[in-house]
Design a protein around this ligand. Structure first.
Ligand code: XMP
Length: 511
C-alpha cells in the first residue's frame, strides 16, 4: 500500500497533516521522529513529511533527525520547524526572525515548482514561527518568500527535498490542500487510490493476523467510536470477540435497547454480546453524592469493576479493545500488564491490569473519519451520527444527587429536545446539544394549580474541537416548541431555560 509517513517533531497539527494527506486518498500515518532509519526503510514510504514543533533547531534538547534520512531517495516535505530542521541539517542557516509572523500572511511564490503548481503568484498562508531559514542550503532554490521571511519555501527537486515555513494543513492556508496534493501525487508519485474502505479492509486483515486465535474483549458504550471498533473486530475475529455493554442506568432514553438491537443476538454481527444491567447498582452507589468529580470517579470505578467481573467469567482474555481515536497505541509486551488509559468514554477510570495488550484500531482517525468507517462497515446511520455522550452519561447532566426519578425526567426531556432538533433539520450542524436537569425547583402554575417543580436547561453549542464553544443561536420557534412539549409531557418539570454561556467561561457539560 502506498504510504506517506508524517514524522512528528512535536507540532500541534500533526494529525491534521496526516488527515489532509488521507483526504488526497493516500494512506498516511503519524510516527515519532525517533523512528529509526531501518524502521522507516521497512515501511518503505512513498514520502515523508516533517511536522512543525515548538523548538528551535539550536536547542540541544530539541528533536533532530539523522542526516541519512535525506539520502534515502524518499521525497521529504518539511513544514515549519521541519523546514528549519531540513535547512539546518543540510548546512543552511536558521535564525531568530526579526519579527515573528503569526497568522494570515501573504506569500509570494518565486518559482512555480511542483509544490506550487497551479498555485497563485501571491497566496495567503498561515504562519506561526519565531525562527526562520535565512539561507537555504547548497543545492536548494528559494521558491517563495514573504516581506519578513526570505525563505518561505525552498526546494531541491533533484533530491526531492522540499520545505515550507507556513502550515499547508490548516484551513487558513488557502491553497494548502493543493500544495499537499502536489507533494503526494506529483513529487511522491502516489496514485491516490486509497479509500476509507481500504482502511476498513486492511485493518480487518491486520487485526486477524495480530489476534490469531486469541480472545478479545471490548467495552462497548454504544457511542460511535467503540461501536466502530467493535464491528471492525467482529468482522476480523467473529466469536473470539466479546463485547461487554454496561447499562449504568445513566444512558439516554431507549439507548440501552438500541445498542442491544444492533450488537445483541438479533443484530447483524457475529460476536458475543453481554449486556450488564447495572442500573440499580449505580443508583445505590450514587445515593447522596452531589460532588461532580466524585460522581465521575464512582461511575468510572464501578464500570471497571463490572468489566473485570465479566472478563473473569470469560476466562483468559488476550486483547482489550478500546475505541480511542488517535492517541498512541499502548505497547505492552506479552505477559506484561497493560494500563488502561483514562478511558475516553468513561471519566476517572482507575488503572487496571489483566490484559496482555490493548488494541486501538481507530487510533489514527479523526471523528468524521471514524464515522465514514462506520458507514463503510454498514453500521446504522442513527448510531454513526450519534451525539457525543460523556462516559458518566446523565450522571453529570443531573446537577446534585442522581436518583432514578431524576434520570427519568432528564431522559424524557432530552428525548423531546433531540427529536425537535432533528425535525428542524439542525441535528447534523450542531456541535453538541442536550438537556440537563438543574437542581432548581421553582413555583409555577398549571391548570389552576400551584406547582413546585424542576427546571430543565437546554444546551446547544457550536464547536469544532470541544476546547472552546459558543452557545448556538437556535431558532426561537424550536426553543418554544421544545419548551411547550417538555412542560406538557414531562412530569416534574414546570420551567425550561436555555443556556447562553460559551466555553470558556462555561464548559460544554454542566458538571
Ligand atoms: P466539557 O464539559 O469538558 O466537555 O467542556 C467537552 C467534551 O467532553 C465531553 N465530556 C466527557 N466525556 N467523560 C467523557 O467521556 C467525561 O467525564 C466528560 N466530561 C465531558 C463532553 O460531552 C464534551 O463533548
Amino acid at each position: 500500500m502506498e504510504t506517506v509517513i508524517v514524522l512528528d517533531f512535536g507540532g500541534q497539527y500533526n494529525q491534521l497533516i496526516a488527515r489532509r494527506v488521507r483526504e488526497c486518498n493516500v494512506y498516511c500515518e503519524v510516527k515519532p521522529y525517533t523512528m529509526s532509519i531501518a524502521e522507516l526503510r521497512a515501511i518503505n514510504p512513498k514520502g515523508i513529511i516533517f511536522t512543525g514543533g515548538p523548538n528551535s533547531v539550536y536547542d540541544e534538547a530539541s528533536p533532530h533527525c539523522d542526516k541519512e534520512i535525506f539520502e534515502l531517495g524518499i521525497p521529504i516535505l518539511g513544514i515549519c520547524y521541519g523546514s528549519q530542521l531540513m535547512a539546518y541539517t543540510l548546512g543552511g542557516r536558521v535564525e531568530t526572525a526579526p519579527v515573528s509572523e503569526y497568522g494570515h500572511t501573504e506569500v509570494t511564490v518565486d518559482k512555480h515548482d511542483t509544490i506550487f503548481e497551479n498555485v497563485a503568484d501571491k497566496t495567503v498562508c498561515w504562519m506561526s514561527h519565531t525562527d526562520y531559514i535565512s539561507q537555504a542550503p547548497e543545492g536548494f532554490e528559494v521558491t517563495a518568500h514573504t516581506p519578513v521571511c526570505p525563505v518561505a519555501a525552498m526546494a531541491n527537486p533533484e533530491k526531492k527535498l522540499y520545505a515550507i515555513q507556513f502550515h499547508p494543513e490548516v484551513m487558513h492556508t488557502k491553497e494548502g490542500a493543493k500544495m499537499l496534493g502536489n507533494f503526494v501525487h506529483k513529487v511522491c508519485g502516489c496514485g491516490g487510490d486509497w479509500r476509507m474502505d481500504s482502511f476498513v479492509e486492511t485493518t480487518i486483515r491486520e487485526l486477524r493476523e495480530k489476534i490469531g486465535d486469541g480472545r478479545v474483549l471490548c467495552a462497548l458504550s454504544g457511542g460511535v467510536d467503540s461501536s466502530v471498533a467493535a464491528v471492525l473486530l467482529s468482522k476480523a475475529v467473529g466469536k473470539q470477540l466479546t463485547c461487554v455493554f454496561v447499562d449504568h442506568g445513566l444512558l439516554r432514553k431507549n439507548e440501552g435497547d438500541e445498542v442491544e438491537a444492533v450488537f445483541g443476538p438479533n443484530g447483524p454481527y457475529e460476536l458475543n454480546f453481554i449486556r450488564v444491567n447495572a442500573q440499580q447498582r449505580y443508583y445505590d452507589k450514587l445515593k447522596g453524592v452531589t460532588e461532580p468529580e466524585e460522581k465521575r470517579k464512582i461511575i468510572g470505578a464501578e464500570f471497571i469493576r463490572i468489566f473485570e467481573e465479566e472478563a473473569k467469567k470469560i476466562g483468559t482474555v488476550d486483547f482489550l479493545v478500546q475505541g480511542t481515536i488517535y492517541p498512541d497505541v499502548i505497547e505492552s509486551g506479552l505477559g506484561q500488564s497493560a494500563v488502561i488509559k483514562s478511558h475516553h468514554n468513561v471519566g476517572g477510570l482507575p488503572d487496571v491490569v489483566d490484559f496482555k495488550e490493548i488494541i486501538e484500531p481507530l487510533r489514527m482517525l479523526f471523528k468524521d473519519e471514524v464515522r465514514k468507517a462506520g458507514l463503510e462497515l454498514g453500521i446504522p446511520e442513527k448510531l454513526v451520527f450519534r451525539q457525543p455522550f460523556p462516559g458518566p452519561g446523565l450522571g453529570i447532566r443531573i446537577i446534585g444527587e442522581v436518583t432514578e426519578e431524576k434520570v427519568h425526567i432528564v431522559q424524557e426531556a432530552d428525548y423531546i429536545y433531540r427529536e425537535e432538533i432533528a425535525k428542524a433539520g439542525l441535528d447534523k450542524g450542531l456541535g453538541q446539544y442536550f438537556a440537563a436537569l438543574t437542581n432548581m425547583r421553582s413555583v409555577g402554575v398549571m391548570g389552576d394549580f400551584r406547582t413546585y417543580d424542576y427546571a430543565i436547561a437546554l444546551r446547544a453549542v457550536e464547536t469544532s474541537d470541544f476546547m472552546t464553544a459558543e452557545a448556538a443561536e437556535l431558532p426561537w420557534e424550536v426553543i418554544k416548541k421544545v419548551t411547550n412539549r417538555i412542560v406538557n409531557e414531562v412530569k416534574g418539570v414546570n420551567r425550561v431555560l436555555y443556556d447562553c454561556t460559551g466555553k470558556p467561561p462555561g464548559t460544554v457539560e454542566f458538571e
